[in-house]
Design a binder for this molecule. Sequence first.
Ligand SMILES: Cc1cc2nc3c(=O)[nH]c(=O)nc-3n(C[C@H](O)[C@H](O)[C@H](O)COP(=O)(O)OP(=O)(O)OC[C@H]3O[C@@H](n4cnc5c(N)ncnc54)[C@H](O)[C@@H]3O)c2cc1C
Length: 261
Amino acid sequence: MRISVCMKQVPKTTDIKIDPVTNTLIRDGVPSIVNPDDKAALEFALRIKEETGAEINVVCMGPAQAENALRETLAMGADNAYLISDRAFAGSDTLATSTILSAALNKIGFDAIIAGRQAIDGDTAQVGPQIAEILGLPQVTYCADVKFDEEKNEFTLKRQSEDRVQTLKVKGKVLLTVLSGSVKARYMNVKDIVKQESKAINVITYDDLLCDKATIGLAGSPTKVKTTFTKQFNTEKDLIETTPQEAAKIIAEHLKAQHLI
Ligand SMILES: Cc1cc2nc3c(=O)[nH]c(=O)nc-3n(C[C@H](O)[C@H](O)[C@H](O)COP(=O)(O)OP(=O)(O)OC[C@H]3O[C@@H](n4cnc5c(N)ncnc54)[C@H](O)[C@@H]3O)c2cc1C
């Protein structure tokens, strides 16, 4: 069995900077991490590998610096790492990103795809479902638990929605998106840290993929970021130094005056 895990390298901070000219994220020199939901996706894949010997391929579209994040996934136990990188992909919105990732996933080959529910920078949760749509795959999103029965070639999934948990059984090729809070991702281990040093990162460029240039990159993205700005918080503040009891009284009066209580 071959499981492909989609992994995005994201800024380690919420204090992201946007390029005022292209309105895209400035990634150079910003400390980055493996997107939390994608660590959970890899953890579920590695648990299936422990039971079935499945091959785990991690796929990341990003600039050259994303190699660091890929090496972290190899050091966690992934078998192969693929960096989908080309200037032609820069500035891709979610649909363009999904188009490129789908072409790469098809090229690599898979029996199942596990992605994160959401990336902490773009925050759209659109890429997973869009890849499933482009590849014509059934999709189960918001998975809080993923089990695989090799004999039945069947996944048993717990899907978390706001007010309920559904248990779903899915046979055959499928795309799953998972939640980071649902599983504790393992740390890198010494054996795999050493092993990954001699492993090559497989780089896939535009020329390796069958993508129509009109559907990728900034130019091929139907979503255009019109303006971006950092929200200014300039709420008025009254600083009152007093006892807790007095403070509670003042706050209650204040809320009453605002008809909030
Ligand atoms: C602040 C900000 C706002 C944005 N707003 C929009 C917008 O409104 N509409 C729009 O189309 N684009 C938007 N973008 C661009 C969008 O972030 C990129 O297209 C991005 O590559 C994918 O979207 P996402 O970050 O929302 O990922 P999600 O859709 O939130 O990611 C879900 C999962 O898909 C997989 N995945 C996502 N990106 C990659 C990748 N590069 N490599 C491998 N796996 C990946 C991961 O498993 C991830 O957990 C925005 C970007 C930023 C920084």
